[in-house]
Design a protein around this ligand. Structure first.
Ligand SMILES: CSC[C@H]1O[C@@H](n2cnc3c(O)ncnc32)[C@H](O)[C@@H]1O
Ligand SMILES: [Zn+2]
Length: 430
């Protein structure tokens, strides 16, 4: 039996209706065994957490972690130029080892800024899975599939290999999905095949949707439909859990089509702002009963994987869009980054709130700083003033991955050396 006791923290469980309270968290074999005041348990390790807030780890519901190698390489471009002229040529040079080290760099940033789980779509996914396994973080992995030309079924075979070989690995830390990339890269025939397979094997789907106006124009020209109508008509929302990344350009009838869907939308506000894509209809989706979580997208576009930046951007953007500061209050934004994202990854029975019986995925945030005093309202402080750099401790599955801002499972110098050398090679001459 392996035990960990966290003492004397303010606990924000994110369970609906529960206010923050002072107490201890008792963790046994990776799960929360008890939460309460003055727990006197013998533990293998005790973390004294005075002046710290304990909250569920943040869950990044849409990422391409390897793209951390392409951080700040190509910015201030329109999405299609950025993707076609910069990202795709650099990605064409990526080896399996590049993807391993790029993902590890992304994971290091996520652990350092309080993310304990992420959803990823990329290529060389066995390398991504290995990086997740080695790092101790939790992830939902999917092989991104574009169907421009016939590849004899190679991408699909790789997607199924990932699912067959890695689902449940790392004591359940790794889960998997099928990932058709986007409506504009997936014509009806192959996309229908993916949807049917997902339904038959009950595998969740992860796809980009309605990110830009140009995407809407392309799909309108080809199929005389909105991107959402296109996916709906192919049966994507009938009986399958679907993680929709972005969903910026939805009209009222698109939102109505998503009502009652399984899964929901990963909102990526920083990427949407930076690429000038627009403001997603978050309030309308939530009012329609659609689950809305939060993600960063890759560091190639967002530049940062700090989920606290997303939390701020999400709430500010909705307040601005509706001209109303009461829209998307602090606690609702924090819920999007925790339990609502957990629902998108279909892991909300295990993580997303701090409750006895759940996996011990949690973070400690250091309030002993000028920008986090005085402590009137913890959710407001966390949503509006905290940053990833205020995360003191990150714990996944009961394992301490960072404490007092020191990685416990990583060799940072090695990651930096590998990542910087590989990144230079990938972008040379582009
Ligand atoms: C086929 S693997 C995933 C693929 O997606 C690309 N990508 C990264 N960010 C975005 C985005 O915001 N919209 C669309 N596609 C994106 C990434 O470069 C990979 O090629
Ligand atoms: Zn993306």
């Amino acid at each position: 039996m392996k035990t960990l006791l966290i003492k004397d923290c303010m606990i924000l469980t994110m369970v609906e209706g529960e206010k923050p309270f002072l107490g201890d968290i008792w963790i046994v074999d990776g799960r929360i065994a008890k939460i309460g005041p003055s727990l006197e348990e013998e533990a293998d390790r005790v973390i004294l957490a005075k002046n710290r807030v304990a909250m569920p780890g943040l869950i990044n519901a849409h990422n391409h972690a390897s793209m951390s190698l392409l951080r700040a390489f190509s910015d201030d471009l329109k999405l299609m130029d950025w993707l076609d002229k910069k990202m795709l040529p650099a990605e064409a040079r990526m080896t399996r080892e590049d993807v391993y080290w790029g993902t590890t760099l992304g994971i290091a940033e996520m652990i350092a800024s309080g993310t304990t789980a992420f959803a990823d779509m990329y290529v060389h996914m066995d390398a991504v899975a290995q990086a997740v396994l080695d790092s101790g973080i939790r992830a939902s992995l999917t092989r991104g599939m574009v169907f421009f030309e016939d590849d004899g079924g190679r991408r699909m075979a790789e997607a199924l290999d990932l699912i067959d070989n890695w689902t449940g690995a790392g004591d359940g830390r790794i889960t998997t999905m099928l990932g058709p990339h986007a409506p504009y890269t997936c014509p009806p025939k192959p996309l229908q095949g993916v949807i049917e397979l997902a339904r038959k094997r009950q595998i969740p789907l992860h796809i980009h949707l309605a990110e830009t106006i140009e995407e809407g124009e392309k799909i309108r020209a080809k199929y005389n439909q909105t991107p959402t109508e296109y996916l709906h008509e192919l049966g994507m929302f009938h009986d399958t859990h679907v993680l929709l990344a972005h969903a910026v350009h939805l009209n009222d009838s698109d939102v109505a089509l998503l009502r009652g869907m399984r899964g929901g939308v990963a909102h990526n506000p920083v990427s949407n702002l930076k690429l000038g894509c627009g403001i997603a209809p978050v309030r309308e989706l939530i009012e329609a009963g659609v689950t809305v979580g939060m993600g960063t997208d890759g560091a190639g576009s967002a530049t940062t994987l700090d989920m606290f930046a997303e939390i701020k951007a999400a709430t500010w953007m909705q307040k601005l869009k509706h001209g109303d500061p009461t829209v998307l209050p602090a606690e609702a934004a924090l819920r999007m980054a925790t339990i609502e994202s957990a629902k998108l990854l279909a892991i909300d029975h295990e993580v997303g709130t701090l409750e006895a019986g759940k996996r011990a995925d949690l973070i400690l945030i250091d309030l002993d700083k000028p920008h986090l005093q005085p402590v009137h309202d913890i959710p407001a402080l966390l949503a509006y003033s905290a940053t990833g750099a205020d995360v003191d401790t990150t714990i996944v599955n009961g394992e301490v991955l960072m404490h007092q801002r020191q990685f416990e499972a990583f060799h940072w110098e090695e990651i930096k050396r590998e990542a910087t050398a590989r990144a230079s090679r990938l972008v040379e001459g582009l």
